[in-house]
Design a binder for this molecule. Sequence first.
Ligand code: SAM
Length: 225
Amino acid sequence: MTNRVDFDQYTADYNKLLQERTDFFTKDDGYFARYKVDLVKSKLKTPPRRILEYGCGIGRNISFLQKCFPEAAIVGTDISAASLDIAREDYPGVQFILEDESLSNHDTFDLIFIAGVFHHIPVIERDKVAQKLRQRLSSDGDIFIFEHNPYNPITQRIVSTCPYDDDAVLLRPKELRQRLSGAGFQVKETDYCLFVPPSLPKLIWLERYLARVPLGGQYVLHAKK
Ligand SMILES: C[S@@+](CC[C@H](N)C(=O)[O-])C[C@H]1O[C@@H](n2cnc3c(N)ncnc32)[C@H](O)[C@@H]1O
């Protein structure tokens, strides 16, 4: 049994720890966040009006969500109060809510965006979280969940050396699909991603053809209600 990581303890070092581990791939601090939000945007037919970033941490994805979806109202939630304090300072126009404190059960969103959160949720709580997310998705909404690819040896190494991943229990895409389906979601696709380093921008088109190859750094699950 692993002890739960308290992200309140990592707010000061979060960016540094992440950068140290991903430096070999890119020196661009915003690359991963931009990549994920751009990918989500490319899959949506209509721009969302209300977006929830569940497990938003210190807000690393927020500016990219704002840029891609300028008309949308954005809410970020997390269980780490200290992370949310930092996010609030950086993004005064965004509502940040401590998970389960004041988000009404009736609040629904057209887009739920989640990156790197599920592997921190204790296995026994994952189904409950999936059910909660389904309640928060509007009837025609879209949910995208990015997770580390447990089959990729470089990802495994990054996770095993990162102090805030001490409690990480990586999920295979099959586990995530089953949990989401079990909660009543219709899972549309699960694609591997983050194959091509940004230093080779001319090869980025290859990612589309590699989506079924279980070697990307991460994968993304897309589901509807
Ligand atoms: C690796 S960080 C990722 C933060 C952000 N999503 C990003 O991409 O930069 C994981 C975050 O998930 C949060 N978290 C863990 N369990 C959670 C839960 N059950 N509900 C909401 N957030 C959770 C942590 O507090 C932490 O901020």
